[in-house]
Design a protein around this ligand. Structure first.
Ligand code: NI
Length: 255
């Protein structure tokens, strides 16, 4: 169920028996010569919305922008500053918590978001602790019942094993064949047939956007997205949704 397609009385009645919500979170950034700028947001949205269907959970609107500073030397990339990202994440979570959501499950499509989202979780937790101290008790939604989790859709044990078996070392770290496969499965009309250059080996850590482009001139990081297929994308989506659904159900039950 999409939060955007619900009415407020429907959300209110859902909250009588279910405190969980899923939030897809991505990025708007270059993904090499064949990957879509929206790859990270689209993959998180497709997987997050299917997860919502599988578990009967509400799915909040996708956060389409993320922390993509290191991709800014490539045209079309849009980034939030880490401090903006922390503030946006905090505001979304606190709004949902105010209404009584207690299990907030982020499905993430972009590794660069992890530090900022986790920092936002810390801010929320300290704010809730402080709020609890100021309260005189008796609330329907004790703030210490709030739980927050962030899951990178590609990092589950089985999903990781499938990625490895499909692509081995050619999976790489950015503009990976697995994320490209998920977008092609989801939006087959957007499939690109682009001749790619040789794989760039990762020699050292990059220092900001210009250096990133110097090390990885076409935007890929050690990945070979030409291996991606629509069929692989389907397998990855189904497996990732299954794994995340297992974790989400457990997350709802935990006290
Ligand atoms: Ni990506």
């Amino acid at each position: 169920m999409l939060l955007q397609h619900a009415t407020w009385p429907e959300v209110e009645s859902y909250l009588e028996s279910n405190k969980g919500i899923i939030i897809p979170i991505g990025s708007t950034e270059q993904h090499g010569p064949s990957g879509l700028i929206g790859t990270d947001a689209l993959t998180a949205e497709v997987i997050g919305q299917r997860l919502g269907k599988a578990t009967g959970a509400f799915v909040a609107p996708t956060l389409n922008y993320g922390m993509a500073q290191h991709h800014m030397a490539f045209t079309g990339t849009v980034t939030l500053q880490p401090s903006t990202m922390i503030a946006v994440t905090r505001d979304i979570v606190m709004s949902l918590v105010r209404h009584g959501f207690e299990r907030i499950f982020f499905v993430n499509g972009h590794g660069g978001n992890v530090n900022s989202v986790k920092a936002a979780f810390s801010e929320v937790q300290s704010e809730l602790v402080e709020a609890k101290g100021l309260r005189d008790g008796g609330s329907n939604h004790p703030p210490d019942d709030v739980r927050l989790e962030l899951h990178n859709w590609w990092m589950g044990e089985k999903t990781t094993a499938l990625r490895k078996s499909l692509y081995g070392d050619r999976e790489g770290y950015h503009a990976t064949p697995s994320e490209v496969a998920v977008t092609w499965f989801s939006f087959p009309e957007q499939k690109r047939d682009v001749e790619l250059g040789p794989l760039e080996k990762i020699k050292r850590a990059y220092q900001g956007p210009e250096d990133f482009r110097k090390l990885f001139p076409d935007g890929r990081m050690g990945s070979d997205p030409s291996l991606a297929t629509v069929e692989d994308g389907e397998r990855l989506v189904l497996l990732a949704v299954g794994e995340l659904a297992e974790r989400y159900r457990q997350f709802l039950r935990e006290d």
